[in-house]
Design a protein around this ligand. Structure first.
Ligand SMILES: [Zn+2]
Ligand SMILES: [Zn+2]
Length: 172
């Protein structure tokens, strides 16, 4: 009687605890694999790589998610997108701000031929219509006149001065 009572008390709880442990383990395993899937989707753009990460999380309980943690990209895709957007906004703002004089850093308009502060030659005027020309243009876009090779090097005097500067430093 005593042993039967003991068996009744002892055996089922152990089996219950074992079953509960198995269920908890399975839930934890599936939850960690799902976490890997959700986290990978927020960090990795490629569907194939997200699938591989999820498989890793499923195939190796505990170890898979741990390995994924070590190798996952540091940044979220949303953060990467936000950073790229910010960079584009900064670039646009810089483009709107115009260009700087290469000598005195004063802000100059794209139409300026000469820096008004330090008189550095910024652009050559078209010989036919006097429009300001960019350095790399081979023809004037306003009147179709070809730009002579010598004229397509604006800031010639300043460029020559910059070339001379190191020699002066050497002679000093
Ligand atoms: Zn200047
Ligand atoms: Zn022209």
């Amino acid at each position: 009687m005593h042993t039967t009572f003991g068996l009744l008390l002892a055996a089922p709880p152990w089996r219950l605890i074992g079953n509960v442990a198995i269920v908890v383990g399975a839930v934890f395993w599936l939850a960690s694999a799902f976490w890997v899937f959700r986290d990978a989707r927020r960090r990795i753009g490629s569907t194939l790589l997200v699938g591989i990460a999820t498989l890793l999380g499923l195939a190796a309980p505990l170890l898979g998610p741990l390995v994924y943690l070590f190798f996952r990209p540091a940044e979220l895709l949303r953060e990467v997108r936000e950073r790229e957007l910010e960079l584009r906004v900064i670039e646009q703002r810089l483009a709107l701000r115009g260009i700087e004089c290469p000598t005195c850093r004063a802000s100059v308009e794209p139409s300026y031929l000469v820096c008004p502060i330090c008189t550095t030659h910024l652009r050559q005027a078209c010989q036919s219509c006097n429009a300001p020309l960019e350095a790399i243009w081979l023809a004037c876009p306003y009147c179709a006149a070809p730009v002579p090779p010598a004229a397509s090097l604006p800031g010639g005097p300043s460029a020559r001065a910059q070339l001379r500067a190191p020699q002066q430093r050497v002679s000093n």
